[in-house]
Design a protein around this ligand. Structure first.
Ligand code: SAJ
Length: 409
């Protein structure tokens, strides 16, 4: 019942299915059964409350008999950059004793190519039932973007890989009850690689823009202008450069391809490494601005992995903060979505008190109209570093600040 499992269960419940939402975390289960959720996602809590009230969604600590089993557990990355499939394995094992002939099993978790056939299938067959004959099995990756999950679950096209044609077709019938988009059928490996490649495509493109940012900095050219005008070409779409790539998808999934084919994944790997190096690049920029004076106080606005979310997983800003603290800078942060981070303050002004440098770390809408004059009075220094190209240079300068923008020297 995580970021994907809960919205998916909720959608199926909304369309009249009886759903058992399984989670090993008792707190999550208890909250859902009270109609409450512990993640930040627009419109989700109202829907959960409604389907729980109607009795269509019941959360439980363990699985029960069912017609369809959807596995939507995390597939994190280990320190050696290979996939940790332990949750997929334990979740699959947990359903064995409830399986019966005619059941459908679907893996949704982002996984290395081959997982459905080589990891999930053999575990299911420990039940004595044969996949393809007694059990239908397939892979149906999610594609939703946090912040728009409900809309995208309904409207995005989906790819379904079946262990055989019949499995794919039966799984399509299930998903068709909640999806308005097109559903494309293929085999499991193709569907697994589609999912990985979608996020890799984005990661590689962001790396290209980050590389451009480094080149522009060296050549004293404004990267934002280059991107704006290049993108006027009808077939060019340069992505947005910045402090790096966070989240549990783009920063992770490319490694699952590299894990399988390390010799062939050169572009993918160098992109990943470049994006991972961006927090260090921003650190060096800050160090230069403050002339390596570690007595300076730095304020960072926004610490999540992207705008308008409470998700801090793999956030490049957290990596930047770690580096600043390790180098003895005095850092304070404020993020409207985060209440309990070790160095966070309860307001923008509290975080800015006596600060020498203000950094706009994440482009949350909340920061659209910063109280610049008050901030200026509270701060000791007059420097603002915008690492998102988010603030209005003129407005900032009007309040007496020196405005510095990442990628424009
Ligand atoms: N980012 C940039 N520049 C850009 C776009 C993003 O630096 O031009 C950064 C963001 O700041 C953030 C990171 O990349 O740190 C990832 O953000 P995102 O909005 O691109 O993607 P996610 O991780 O929130 O969600 C992605 C989506 N995948 C694609 O768009 C291909 C989503 O559809 C997937 O369902 C999700 O991964 C997932 O679960 O795999």
């Amino acid at each position: 019942m995580g970021y994907i499992g809960l919205p998916t269960a909720t959608m199926f419940s909304c369309y009249g299915h009886k759903v058992i939402g399984v989670d090993v975390n008792e707190k999550v289960v208890n909250n859902i059964n009270k109609g409450k959720i512990i993640i930040e996602e627009p419109n989700l809590e109202e829907l959960v409350e409604d389907v729980v009230k109607k009795g269509n969604l019941i959360a439980s600590i363990s699985p029960k008999e069912s017609d369809v089993f959807i596995i939507s557990v995390p597939t994190p990355i280990k320190d050696d950059k290979t996939s940790d499939m332990s949750y997929v394995i334990s979740a699959t094992k947990s359903i064995i004793k409830y399986l019966k002939e005619g059941n459908i099993v679907v893996l949704e978790s982002t996984s290395p190519v081959g997982t459905t056939e080589e990891v999930v299938k053999p575990i299911i067959e420990e039940s004595g039932l044969k996949v393809g004959r007694d059990i239908m099995l397939g892979y149906c990756p999610e594609r939703v973007i946090p912040g728009k999950i409900i809309y995208e679950l309904k409207n995005n096209d989906r790819v379904i890989g079946g262990i055989d044609k019949k499995s794919a077709e039966e799984i399509r019938k299930i998903y068709k009850t909640i999806v308005d988009g097109n559903i494309y059928l293929t085999d499991c490996k193709t569907a697994e690689l589609c999912k990985l490649m979608e996020n890799t495509y984005r990661d590689v493109n962001i790396a290209l823009s980050n590389e451009l940012l480094l080149i522009c900095d060296k050549l004293n050219i404004n990267v934002w202008e280059v991107i704006e005008y290049s993108n006027k070409h009808p077939r060019v779409n340069l992505h947005t450069p910045g402090p790096g790539v966070g989240g549990h998808c783009l920063a992770v999934d490319p490694w699952f391809i590299i894990e399988k084919e390390p010799e062939l994944s050169n572009i993918i790997k160098s992109s990943r490494l470049l994006n991972d190096s961006m927090p260090e690049y921003v650190y060096n920029k800050i160090d230069k601005i403050l002339q390596k004076d570690k007595s300076k106080k730095i304020t960072i606005l926004g610490i999540t992995y992207k705008a308008n979310t409470d998700d801090m997983r793999e956030s490049p800003i957290i990596k930047l903060i770690d580096k600043l603290l390790k180098n003895n800078y005095n850092v304070k942060v404020f993020d409207p979505y985060i209440k309990d981070f070790q160095i966070n303050c309860q307001s923008i002004l509290e975080a800015c008190k006596d600060s020498d440098l203000l950094i706009l770390g994440v482009n949350h809408d909340y920061f659209k109209n910063l109280p610049l004059d008050e901030i200026k009075t509270t701060m000791k220094g007059n420097l603002i570093l915008d690492i998102r190209n988010f603030l209005d240079k003129e407005e900032v300068e009007k309040s007496g600040f020196i405005y510095k923008l990442l990628g424009s020297n």
